[in-house]
Ligand binder design. Sequence first.
Ligand code: 6R9
Length: 569
Amino acid sequence: MVHGIGDERDGARPGVDGLPGGGLNIAHEAADRHVARGRGDRVALRCPGRDGTVRTVSYAELSGLSGRFAGLLHRLGVERGERVFTLLGRVPDLYTAALGTLKAGCVLSPLFSAFGPEPVRTRLAAGDGRVLVTTRALYRRKVACLRGSLPGLRHVLLVDGAADGDEGPGTVALHPALAAADPDTPCAPTGPEDMALLHFTSGTTGRPKGAVHVHGAVVGHLATARHALGLGADDVFWCTADPGWVTGTSYGIVAPLAAGATVLVDDGEFDAERWYAILRDHRVAVWYTAPTAIRMLMKAGAAVARRYDRPALRVIASVGEPLNAEAVTWAQDTLGLPVRDTWWQTETGAIMIACAVDAPVRPGSMGRPEPGIEAAIVTRTPGGGVRVADGPGTVGEIALRAGWPSMFRGYLGDEERYRRCFADGWYLSGDLGVRDADGCFRFVGRADDVIKAAGHLIGPFEVESVLMEHEAVAEAGVIGVPDPIAGETVKAFVTLKAGHTPSEALARALIGHARARLGPAVAPRALEFRDALPHTRSGKIMRRLLKARELGLPEGDLSTLEGNGDGRR
Ligand code: 6R9
């Protein structure tokens, strides 16, 4: 097993303590050990309210709250290894639920609160969710209607519930239940290879994949937070990612708490003035955000930025989508700091390649592999193996030598799909890149059809399936089209069943249907009707070709294109 850098004194697992009786549990590393080290009074969470007040939660309080949550899960009969889902924004209860779930030895699976009922249902069903933690409003809007189809979902814990059962059978008011639970509920004696986190991610085909992560991943979260982001225990850290995205868990919850830092917890939407005020008023030192956010700040203009100072800000870093060179230099000129790029995936669990704080920033380059990580550019060979590129300058797939601590350990229930991610001891990322003579990696593109809109990975299949539920739709093909702010937005091409004719009103109705089912973050922004869609001979929609035609790019290899029905008349 490869380890990242860490504190030598901590022995075999750098940077982490391990459970007092042996074993490893993320919740212990993220809360209890700070209390054991006499740092229980330090602020773990700093939560600005809309009214200007600031609530803080100390490490000792977080340890107690997560103990209570674990005790509550025990009382409800939830067993070790069972899945607890969250459908919450960035609110203090999220941290209680996340760490409490891990403390109980259960598995945490966070969902996007912007999801519509359909993505919520598929994930709860695929992950066999036993418990869901959410708000009354989200429960009413997105889950109540699904309860009948989710017999395994036994308990719904409502963070703003008034009384048990007030939203129907199996609903529990979280706060009174926590008040009655034992804050000293001990941490389950999990081991480093026990399943801890389940993150759903989207692929080109099929339903979302549940990437399985283990407690040992905390070693990678912590090492990279320190090395790539330069995070220390005295820092205020702000990660703007939604908790439903792997970044919002690995770096929104686990890494900064394991580092003993103060996590800024803000649930608001993007607003340039408010964001600058947060950086100033809460003395944020390390800020982890996304290229879309930087581009939105660029759009808001330099004048706004100049009205606020950033007294403690030391590091700005981003993840999730290509970071354009202009954004890096704009930040340097306007905010006085460059944006440091980091590259990783749901599957990798933690940052793999980064323009780390100790390295010079080269706009357009993602930087180098983190310590303990071996990355290469490879091409797949016909025999199912890989060939590592000899020298710099070759475009190929970004691959990582398998075996780092935060590497995913499986796709839930899909061993075959997991196996296909590896060849000759390398994990194949599905991203294309190139390495320069200095060992720095540049991002070239995706090798598959998945869409990255505002940093969020969207599987075209999930969107197509929902469009095809509509009575008028015969077939749908979904692609990402470039957008100056969000990187990409979702666009759908649709053929209609006999008896239906294209119209503006129908396009609006289809987009409306998709928004209601999928949520606005996933639904298409644009929709066009076609007489036919291009297919491969095996019947798959050729999204690549839809995209090439939409963007006026070369159509590439058409040898698998079906003779008829390419959609162009
Ligand atoms: C953490 C996260 C992973 C995909 C990845 C790649 C894209 C991530 C990037 C980047 C260009 C970067 N991606 N970091 N593209 N530059 N620095 O985003 O996980 O949602 O699984 O997405 O995001 O295409 O393969 P996930």
